[in-house]
Design a protein around this ligand. Structure first.
Ligand SMILES: Cc1ncc(COP(=O)(O)O)c(C=O)c1O
Length: 360
């Protein structure tokens, strides 16, 4: 099998799995318990907090563990009390809660990028809170978050970024980005599903979504998913120490894939000229539906996605591509290849051979 769907989820790293195991077996204490098993669990969470903080250049007290990226994003948006603004290309777990808050939508250009003028225009509407993703899950396009933060910070507007896809693939520094909140997810960086974090600038007083036992500094009640948090910490530690080698490997594969795809006359690579994640290529084959390509590749043991995992259940064209001005017809051709450092040149070449067999 060839797995090219790492933006949907990643395979848990064997070292992460090993780190988690004791907390699923013998070290099952509740971190709120005062006895020794409780204390072991509590201190394991604190180690993980340090590891996650180190990955993104934040301080441990800024990390609030959640059940994943979706909860982190919902928690962030819960803290907009005035006019909320989000980009037109956000993940559904930002776009859907934003709908309930009648959010302003910030447009992107044909490359999938937000232009400074769009932010200047937005500022005139006096939003209290802006959420713009760092890297897009479908196209891989990386937004100029530092520049946008400089514009927004001047006006005291709270700025949140969904860094779920960026972290572990490119260097991400919470302190340098200039945002007040940032979302993370463990299963995108070879950790387990069901775990993530919201990173919050401590100068901000935030309101929790979940009320109860007061865990996570009163900001996220609920007994902690200790094993998953420990795994997230280990995954973060590995992502930090291996970032450069992983990046180099993924970029090598992407360069090979795209140079081969470009030889095929019916292929279009979306957002080709924008700064993008090293592992992501979104492309379409003229007049062939992405869904058909996905299913045909699946029969040959190759896993890809046709747009985002959530969108792939429906036949609707990707809102991300529509926002870039791409026609609905062409958007429906989209196929996403998202690699990991575990993929090989042979994987890419085999993939290309199958694509060529479609007579493109
Ligand atoms: C950009 C982005 N944000 C948030 C999420 C949601 O994260 P989780 O699956 O941990 O809820 C995803 C998952 O696909 C994503 O790609």
């Amino acid at each position: 099998m060839i797995y090219f769907d790492n933006n949907a989820t990643t395979q848990i790293d064997a070292r992460v799995f090993e780190a988690m195991l004791p907390f699923l077996k013998n070290m099952y204490g509740n971190p709120s318990s005062v006895h020794r098993l409780g204390r072991i669990a509590k201190s394991a969470i604190e180690v993980a907090r340090e590891q996650v903080a180190a990955l993104i250049d934040a301080s441990p007290s800024q990390i609030i563990f959640t059940s994943g990226g979706t909860e982190a994003n919902n928690l962030a948006l819960h803290n907009s009390n005035g006019l909320l603004a989000i980009s037109a290309i956000e993940h559904p777990c930002i776009a859907e809660p934003a709908k309930c808050k009648n959010a302003q939508i910030i447009p992107v250009n044909a490359d999938g990028l937000i232009e400074p003028e769009a932010i200047s225009k937005l500022i005139k509407k006096r939003p209290d809170f802006v959420s713009i993703m760092l890297a897009n899950n479908e196209t891989g396009v990386i937004q100029p978050i530092t520049e946008i933060a400089a514009q927004l910070n001047e006006h005291g507007i709270i700025f949140h970024t969904d860094a779920v896809q960026a972290v572990g693939k490119i260097p991400v520094s919470f302190s340098q980005l200039g945002v007040q909140m940032l979302s993370l997810s463990s299963h995108k960086i070879y950790g387990s599903k069901g775990c993530g974090a919201l990173v919050v600038d401590k100068s901000m007083a935030i309101n929790p979504l979940l009320l109860g036992g007061g865990q996570e500094q009163n900001l996220r009640s609920g007994t902690e998913n200790v094993a998953a948090i420990v795994g997230f910490g280990k995954a973060a530690e590995l992502a930090k120490s291996e970032l450069e080698t992983r990046h180099t490997k993924m970029l090598e594969l992407r360069t090979l894939l795209e140079s081969e795809l470009e030889k095929l006359p019916r292929v279009t690579i979306f957002a080709k000229n924008a700064p993008r994640l090293p592992n992501t290529t979104l492309f379409g084959i003229d007049k062939i539906e992405g869904e058909w390509v996905l299913l045909t590749l699946d029969k040959k043991g190759i896993c890809v996605s046709s747009g985002s995992a959530c969108a792939s259940e429906g036949q609707e064209p990707s809102p991300v591509l529509l926002a870039m001005g791409i026609s609905a017809e062409q958007a429906k051709t989209a196929i996403r290849v998202s690699s990991s450092h575990h993929n090989t040149t042979a994987d890419v070449l085999q993939f290309i051979e199958v694509i060529k067999s479609f007579g493109v």
